[in-house]
Design a protein around this ligand. Structure first.
Ligand code: 3H9
Length: 654
């Protein structure tokens, strides 16, 4: 039976070891399904085989259905049919899991009769993040193995769990330190003593208490902000509990197909592809990244300490430079605070161990061993230029130098460097150790190797990175400025901040543009507007209300008032002072306020995003419309399930 590919079968006495071998992630495409089908049929016919081990070669067990097949007609054997065949086999199958068992991969493991996993293996049904529900028995089998509450958590929210957690909830029967050895021993035990005697398995079991479906639905609706797949998943699980297997599987498949062929899944699959493509911009060519083992950060404020935290969490030693001891101590305290929070969320094992690889200094000479230094000082060109002069004097000539500027002209900064080819922008988003997005900014002089190092760093930090060219605001902030301006026009013409924020929330943003400004503080964009005042197009409409708010001391939540009032420091309420300023502006500008429906508000906001997106593309600031979507979704709260503004432009819903 050897030689079947992408599935191979070896006989180890009475045990058959079936290996999935479809790099890079053993996705269950047609060829793999057919080969596994054939292997299962041959094994079932062989009475000498007493147990089967199913393993994945390479990085993991199986990442699920092959996503690239979803746009084409399904080809036999369907995954659900294959899994039905394995579940019904007389010979017990043991799934041996490492790396990842996701989506159809976990459904395959659930169709097996027992499961063993490495403690760090990722097990999950992440279909909702592709706008889908499990379509190969997951909504039927998982609740009957781990109970309804756990199954709802895994299926409706789509977040994977570790092998260790899976053992705690009974999803796997055993954990393995040494998977090949432990799986073989377990399979031999099953072959000798029988499945039930070894695993204590009583087959599928249903949770005794059905949950409060109403409460689950309400929470899900709130957390998923307009996405439909999670709610369909919940309904499918609920309906499935009252159905026999064949009917439950049929209703699951029907719901799966409807979602697969719908707009939401197309949008989410677009982002899955776009996020991966963004990490390979054409400008890299064949350039290889430089090795990075020691890093430096200049500036210990919110951004600098967040960047230092992100670097430490990814395993890089960090030297943080501040201008004096007191600022260095404050920066170190912020880093410790961030790491403590990460530890309490289980993201890192030990703050103290990471702090052993962290030091602060007020002397740039401490950066001598660093191969990558990221500057995150105050947004002032002269201050940044002085920092880079010092970096050139103290860093090794091959060290990569990066600026975290959000707005300043990196081409002008590059022109002040002796070696501009090693400068790039690394625009992190606050909090830098949490936000997924990184804009990797290429100046006119950035070498491909420097750019490649930026992308390699992004990968190591677990970020989604997008290449951007130099302009005021790069991709994301430039689009944000454009739609914020549009929101101010809508406000000036008659809508209230609450009307506009409600429209954005209704569309799926976590918060509206005015609430967001109050949260981050109005003074930053005020300073930017003042900087741009001399060069602003005087023909363009300008709304001064935000300036008046700052000049009246209304900086946002921190002053208990900005666009809104915050009597308790956090809950926005309509602010009479703001309303008076808006009324004053309308009066002075001779505007008779009109009413705006939510759809009209969102239509104008989207058009502003898309218009600016087109300009950015035309100027080569972004490589593709897909890159713009990746930025808006990962850095600016654009609802993921809608695919991004440029996707919506190209794929209008009827
Ligand atoms: C499903 O299973 C439905 C079933 O319930 C029912 C069916 C009837 N298919 O992310 P990476 C590619 S829905 C095809 O860069 P990492 C990926 O495009 C599926 N290709 O690496 C990339 O290729 P390229 C449910 C896939 O280590 C390469 O593999 N499953 C698939 O950062 C490496 O990927 C999921 O939602 C796939 N399923 O992360 C899992 N998966 O280099 C989706 C990956 O050419 N996948 N590729 O761009 C993931 O979450 C991550 O890719 C994974 C690896 C964690 C596996």
């Amino acid at each position: 039976m050897a030689g079947l590919s992408p599935v191979t079968v070896e006989l180890l006495g009475a045990i058959a070891r079936v290996s999935l071998n479809a790099p890079p992630v053993n996705a269950a495409g047609q060829a793999l399904r057919q080969a596994l089908w054939d292997a299962a049929a041959a094994i079932e016919a062989d009475t000498k085989i007493k147990a089967v081990i199913l393993v994945g070669k390479g990085r993991g067990f199986c990442a699920g259905a092959d996503i690239s097949e979803f746009g084409r007609p399904a080809q036999a054997p369907l995954l659900a049919e294959l899994l039905g065949k394995i579940a019904a086999a007389h010979t017990p199958w043991l799934a041996a899991l490492h790396g990842m068992a996701l989506g159809g991969g976990l459904e395959l493991a659930l169709a097996c009769h027992a499961r063993i996993a490495t403690p760090d293996c990722q097990l999950g049904l992440p279909e909702v993040s592709l706008g889908l529900i499990p379509g190969a028995g997951g909504t039927f089998r998982l609740p009957r193995v781990v109970g309804v509450a756990q199954a709802v958590e895994m299926i409706c929210y789509g977040k994977p769990i570790t092998g260790k957690q899976a053992a705690e909830i009974g999803l796997v029967d055993a954990l393995a330190d040494d998977l090949p050895t432990n799986a073989l021993a377990l399979a031999q035990d099953i072959a000798t003593r029988g499945l039930t005697a070894v695993t204590g398995a009583t087959g599928l079991r249903v949770a005794p208490e059905p949950p409060d479906w109403g409460a689950l639905t309400a929470t899900l609706r709130r957390k998923t902000r307009g996405q439909s797949a999670p709610l369909v998943a919940l309904e499918t699980i609920q309906t499935s509990l009252g159905l026999p297997e064949h009917k439950a599987l049929a209703q699951e498949r029907a719901a799966f197909i409807a979602l697969r062929d719908g707009a939401e899944s197309a949008a989410l699959r677009h982002l899955f592809r776009a996020e991966r493509a963004a990490m390979r911009p054409k400008q890299l060519g064949t350039a290889q990244p430089r090795a990075t083992s020691n890093t430096g950060v200049i500036g210990g404020g919110t951004m600098g300490s967040g960047i230092a935290t992100a670097l430490l969490m990814a395993g890089y030693p960090v030297t943080l430079i501040e201008r004096d001891e007191s600022a260095a101590t404050k920066g170190a305290a912020l880093v410790r605070h961030n790491l403590d929070a990460a530890q309490s969320r289980g993201l890192i094992a030990d703050t103290a161990a990471l702090l052993n690889t962290f030091q602060t200094s007020t002397d740039y000479a401490a950066l001598a061993p660093c191969d990558l230094v990221i500057e995150a000082v105050f947004e002032d060109f002269d201050i940044k230029r002085a920092v880079f002069t010092a970096l050139e004097a103290h860093c090794a000539p091959e060290a990569i130098l990066a600026s975290n500027t959000s707005y300043l002209d990196l081409n002008a900064l590059a022109a002040t460097l002796a070696q501009p080819a090693r400068l790039l922008g690394l625009h992190f988003f606050a909090p830098a150790h949490i936000m997924k997005l990184l804009e990797v900014v290429e100046t006119n002089a950035t070498a491909p190797e420097t750019l490649a190092t930026g992308f390699a760093l992004a990968r190591a930090l677990g970020k989604v990175a997008v290449r951007a060219g130099v302009c005021d605001g790069f991709i994301g902030n430039r689009i944000m400025s454009a739609y914020r301006r549009e929101c101010e026009y809508i406000l000036a013409d008659g809508a209230s901040p609450a009307d506009i924020d409600a429209a954005m929330r209704g569309f799926g943003f976590p918060m509206g543009v005015f609430e967001m400004q109050d949260l981050s503080g109005l003074e930053i964009s005020y300073a930017m507007r003042k900087r741009q005042a001399a060069t602003r197009n005087s023909a363009q409409r300008y709304i001064p209300i935000a300036d008046w708010l700052v000049e009246a001391g209304r900086l946002g939540r921190k002053t208990k008032g900005g666009w809104y009032a915050y009597p308790d420091g956090k809950t926005p309420e309509p602010a009479p002072d703001t309303a008076a300023l808006i009324a004053r502006y309308r009066r002075e500008a001779g505007i008779v306020p009109r009413r705006f429906e939510e759809t009209a508000i969102m239509g104008r906001i989207l058009a502003a995003m898309q218009g600016e997106g087109r300009a950015i593309l035309a100027e080569g600031i972004a490589n593709s419309a897909d890159d713009i979507d990746v930025v808006m979704v990962n850095g600016y709260g654009f609802p993921r399930w809608r695919g991004g503004p440029m996707w919506m432009l190209a794929n209008p819903t009827p």
